[in-house]
Design a protein around this ligand. Structure first.
Ligand SMILES: Cc1cn([C@H]2C[C@H](O)[C@@H](COP(=O)(O)OP(=O)(O)OP(=O)(O)O)O2)c(=O)[nH]c1=O
Length: 202
C-alpha cells in the first residue's frame, strides 16, 4: 500500500521522527526545515493558539520559498495545567519538567499546517498522557542522557522514557510529533495524495 501525489512534497521539519512517520505514505518528499525562530509562548492567550501559530509559521515560511510544493509544518507541545513545557534548555529544567509530570496526567498537542500555493489547512490532535510516579534516581539518570533535550516536555514516548508512561488516550504518533493517520485523511480529502494503483482517487 503506497500513496502517490502530483506535486512535490516538502516536510518543513528537522525532526527525524516526523521524517520517519511521513515515510509511511511511500511518497517521496524533501526536507526543508524552517529557519525562523519559534514565537514566545507568552505572547499567546492559550497553549492551543501557540502551537497552531508555530505549525503555521513553519509551513508558511518554507512555502514562501517553495510555491510549487505541498509544504507540511508541525509543532508539538506538552501542557500541564496552565503551563506549556517546550524543549528543556538544560538538566535543571529537564529535571523540573519531569518532577512536575511525575504521577500526573498532561496533554500533548500537535498541530499540523499544510500549505499548497494559496490553500492552507490546519488541524491538531490532543493526547492525554499519564505518567507513573518517577523515582528521583530515574529522573537523574534519564536527564544525564541526551534524550530529553530535543523533545517537548523533556521526554520521548518512543524512547527509553516511554517507561515513564502509564496510560495514553489518543494518537500515539501525535505524541511522537506527527499524527500521520489524521494527516493522511486531510491530504486525501484535499486531493493532494491518492492510493497508487486504485481506479478511484481515495
Ligand atoms: C512529547 C514528545 C515530543 N517529542 C518531540 C516531537 C518534536 O520533534 C519535539 C518538539 O519540538 P518541535 O518544536 O515541535 O519540533 P522540532 O524542533 O523537533 O522540529 P521542527 O520544528 O523542525 O519540526 O518533541 C517526541 O519525539 N516524543 C515525545 O514523546
Amino acid at each position: 500500500m503506497k500513496f502517490k501525489t502530483d506535486f512535490p512534497v516538502v516536510l518543513a521539519s528537522q525532526s527525524p521522527r516526523r521524517q520517519e512517520l511521513l515515510r509511511m505514505l511511500g511518497v517521496d518528499f524533501e526536507v526543508i526545515p524552517s529557519t525562523k525562530d519559534e514565537p514566545d509562548p507568552q505572547q499567546f492567550q492559550t497553549a492551543l493558539g501557540y502551537v497552531l501559530a508555530c505549525a503555521a509559521q513553519k509551513a508558511q515560511e518554507v512555502a514562501a520559498r517553495r510555491t510549487d510544493a505541498i509544504v507540511i509544518g508541525s509543532d508539538t507541545i506538552v501542557v500541564l495545567g496552565d503551563e506549556v513545557l517546550l524543549k528543556p534548555k538544560n538538566k535543571e529544567q529537564a529535571t523540573g519538567y519531569l518532577q512536575k509530570l511525575s504521577g500526573r496526567t498532561h496533554q500533548v498537542i500537535t498541530a499540523v499546517t499544510v500549505v499548497q500555493d494559496t490553500s492552507e489547512h490546519t488541524f491538531y490532535e490532543t493526547v492525554k498522557v499519564t505518567f507513573f510516579d518517577l523515582p528521583e534516581a530515574w529522573i537523574d539518570a534519564y536527564t544525564d542522557t541526551e534524550d530529553p533535550y530535543d523533545k517537548a516536555g523533556a521526554y520521548g514516548i518512543q524512547t527509553l522514557s516511554g517507561l515513564f508512561v502509564k496510560e495514553i488516550q489518543g494518537d500515539y504518533n501525535a505524541v511522537v510529533g506527527l499524527p500521520i493517520a489524521a494527516l493522511t485523511q486531510k491530504l486525501v480529502s484535499a486531493g493532494f495524495i491518492y492510493l497508487e494503483g486504485s481506479s478511484v482517487r481515495c
